[in-house]
Design a protein around this ligand. Sequence first.
Ligand SMILES: Cc1ncc(C[n+]2csc(CCOP(=O)(O)OP(=O)(O)O)c2C)c(N)n1
Length: 375
Amino acid sequence: MINPENFLNSLLNSKINFFTGVPDSLLKNFCNLLENNKKIKHIIATNEGSAISLAIGSYLATNKIGVVYMQNSGLGNAINPLVSLADPMVYGIPMILVIGWRGETNKVKQVKDEPQHKKQGLITLRMLKNIGIPYKIIDKNSKNLDQIIKKIKKRSYKRSGPVALVVRKNSFLKLKERRLKIDKKLLNREEVIALILDLISKKTKIVSTTGMISRELYEQRIQKKECHSNDFLCVGGMGHASQIACGISLEKKKSKIICLDGDGSAIMHMGALAINPKHGNFKHIILNNKSHDSVGGQPTIAENLDLSKIGKICGYKNTLLINSKKNIKKILKKEINKKMNSLIVINCNKGHRSNLGRPKESILYRKKKFMNSLI
Ligand SMILES: Cc1ncc(C[n+]2csc(CCOP(=O)(O)OP(=O)(O)O)c2C)c(N)n1
């Protein structure tokens, strides 16, 4: 296996010191190393397209190549600035992409992964080929990292454009997990989800965001012996859950709808905060643990933001920040029953159960059940 420290050192040896990206579970041991590293400039971006743009800016100012890391699902977000700005046919900006390959394929088959990674896993290399980005696949047996990085960097300068390292699962050695700081005055995310389920009517629809939030919602339905038909799990398309909820609420004016969002997800496509209150009518609940908890706990910019104030400015009629578990049930009950669009930000602790299950039924079956529940 590759020691992420060696991988980082090889990049540093190649005089690369600008890093940006959106965290990924396959890359988490590398991503986590970048935090608080005084030798480098590192920005955890809000989406992969923005990360590409940060690297473009850094290159323009320094003539030096940067690294952009992402999960392969983020390639979709990255494609526009890659193709319309960084490509050798436009501004010709060298950079190294480090892409975690969920749903990877080998010579014989595609490895088992969750439904949202199937298509993206299959097409990742083809996408890179299509947009002319040369790539090298690395895995747990990759050696001579210094050589690999030197070569790929040279290639990037030579073509005046991006190049990619595509990283297979389990390539990186596990480093120490970060220690969770628990704030006793807050609930954890799963406890908040359980509470919300206790407070809503049986017919309320829930659209939940990518990652652990959807998995915890699914598990809580099982624990409460409730069916899953009222839930749409936005397993992929991170950052789009609230616009899906908005679209549903436009068409189903009488339905009670809740979006269970994460801070990283809500910020990834924050423009939605302005569209939702203008066109939709639903309760937008952001479970704010100020981190990308699902992929390793890396901080989000929510550390520095009051998302409820942003919601107010964006036009939500009702906004609230819940910063303590004291009276939370009473407060939430009142909020959920209000008949106007609301943005409710609930601060909660980081962390999740290690034995959290995954949805079992086929994803198409779940879609059908959800659509039927809307009739
Ligand atoms: C476009 C895209 N980029 C990255 C990911 C990987 N990813 C899955 S969940 C997640 C973190 C979500 O953070 P947040 O919304 O704050 O929820 P939390 O995990 O903290 O509950 C990330 C980065 C993804 N699925 N899609």
